[in-house]
Design a protein around this ligand. Structure first.
Ligand code: GLU
Length: 478
């Protein structure tokens, strides 16, 4: 069975590069009917935080990347790493090294001065007895000295490294804590990982890890190293662009499907198809099709995809995300209409959920502020009359349905021989406080009968007040 794993270190946000790695691991497991494991590599206790763990869990959950096993925390497996280190020592694949920091520094300086690659000189392998018994020590791996190691990277192709290039790396530090290369190996081995997909910043670790796996008699997984993401200009991703975390995209009003679809295309393609449903992605994904050239991020494409999913995703699902945004801005959902109805009306008009939430806030407010300048500009005597008639007719409506509302507005216009356009804008202003909103019938429908009538009446009242103020001040003039 194919078993993949996503193995983040919880030291910060879940950035899009990591999210892409998680997605590819998840897709390959799903494509192969396999298993996707979440492993939290939290051995760096100083830099790992619980909050960062939560961000990872929340980010993956929001993206819909469900793990089949885990989260497994490496800090909870320390005793197992110790046992394996003991076994390696017993089998002669590792040795204790008592060299002091000072000795290693002198050695390093000498090697650099002699233009040699700095590496440990195996002093403690040659003289295995400590100067005295309670000297602290590290455990080093006995890396083969001759020959080479090769593996066929699923993304980059064949890779060969001379063993003479590799140091006897430390498996366990003097304080007893295991190192990254060691914990990864033990875990990949014991979790029966078949495919290791990760960023190519780890490619230099792979030969070292394979050596340790071989010493343990473990089956070697297949490795695929993905190139880093580039900025929109094809240059190195800037801190700001690269720092954008998955949850920040959520806050910017992106739908999870859009982000997943966007990420899958960063480094993988299927002909020139751009839009993939989750099922399609799973069916079509193949690790062998991961691009070996780096991909550039493209924020415009993400927006385009977001619009696509806003228009096509089931309204109930979009409504759930919209609720998150509205509540985030302090809106009480019980004060407004059904979110699904809002989605149906607004989805063609918005690029993001933030925009949708902002454009829908008026539906939840107790009242709206209507700007005086709007009243002066749009509320002529004629309009005034029309609004009064409209209130009368709308009050009599038995069914608050868009078609009936539309018909009523038309009737008012006809009865007063006014152009429809002339009354549409004042109605919009009265009920939304703004000059932009969905069609009048949809706006009034969403707002509901009571709020619509109240706001229309309030606008008339406001205009009346303005008018009488003006009359007063006019009368007072000499
Ligand atoms: N914990 C490592 C990281 O976050 C990943 C290691 C791996 O995938 O082997 O970079």
């Amino acid at each position: 069975m194919v078993i993949t794993r996503f193995a983040p270190s919880p030291t910060g946000d879940l950035h899009i590069g990591s999210a892409r790695t998680a997605l590819f691991c998840w897709l390959w497991a799903k494509n192969q009917g396999g298993k996707f494991i979440l492993r939290v590599e939290d051995t760096d206790r100083e830099r790992s935080t619980e909050q960062a763990v939560q961000v990872i869990l929340d980010g993956l959950t929001w993206l819909g990347l469900k793990w089949d096993e885990g989260p497994i925390f490496q800090t909870q497996r320390f005793s197992r790493y110790k046992e394996v280190a003991k076994q390696l020592l017993a089998d002669g694949h590792a040795y204790r090294c008592y060299c002091t920091k000072e000795r290693l520094e002198v050695l390093r300086d000498k090697q650099i001065a002699a233009k040699e690659k700095p590496r440990y000189d195996r002093y403690c392998l040659r003289f295995p007895h400590p100067p005295h018994d309670d000297m602290p020590y590290v455990i080093r791996f006995k890396t083969p000295q001759t020959g080479s190691l090769s593996f066929n990277d699923l993304v980059k192709g064949p890779i060969e490294v001379q063993n003479s290039e590799l140091d006897d790396l430390i498996l366990v530090r003097s304080d007893g804590t295991p190192t990254y290369n060691f914990t990864v190996v033990v875990d990949d081995w014991e979790m029966n990982i078949t495919h290791v997909l990760r960023g190519d910043d780890h490619i230099n670790n792979t030969p070292r890890q394979i050596h340790i796996l071989q010493a343990l008699g473990a089956k070697i997984p297949q490795y695929g190293h993905m190139p880093m993401l580039l900025g929109p200009d094809g240059k190195k991703l800037s801190k700001r662009e690269g720092a954008a975390s998955v949850l920040e995209y959520r806050a910017q009003g992106i739908l999870p499907e859009a982000l997943v679809n966007y990420l899958v295309r960063l480094g993988w393609s299927y002909g020139d198809q751009e839009i993939f449903s989750q099922d399609e992605m799973i069916k079509l994904f193949n690790v062998l099709d991961i691009n070996s050239a780096a991909s550039a991020i493209n924020p415009e494409k993400l927006l385009w995809l977001n619009q696509h999913y806003l228009k096509t995703k089931p309204p109930a699902e979009i409504a759930r995300e919209l609720a998150w945004h509205l509540e985030k801005s302090g809106i009480e959902l019980s004060k407004g209409p059904s979110l699904e109805e809002i989605v149906l009306v607004q989805r063609e008009r918005c690029k993001t959920l933030v925009e949708m939430a902002q454009k829908s806030e008026f539906l939840f407010q107790d009242e709206v502020n209507v700007d005086e300048s709007f009243l002066n500009k749009y509320f002529t005597q004629e309009v005034f009359q029309a609004l009064a008639l409209l209130i009368e007719k709308l009050t009599a409506l038995a069914n608050w349905q868009p078609e009936l509302i539309n018909q009523t507005v038309k009737e008012v216009a006809e009865q007063l021989s006014m152009k429809l356009g002339l009354i549409a804008q004042p109605i919009r202003i009265a009920v939304t406080g703004s000059t932009v909103s969905p069609s009048i019938d949809a706006t009034l429908f969403l707002l509901g009968k009571e709020k619509s009538l109240n706001r229309l009446a309030q606008a008339i009242e406001l205009k009346n007040e303005l008018y009488s103020k003006r009359v007063d001040s006019h009368e007072q003039e000499p």
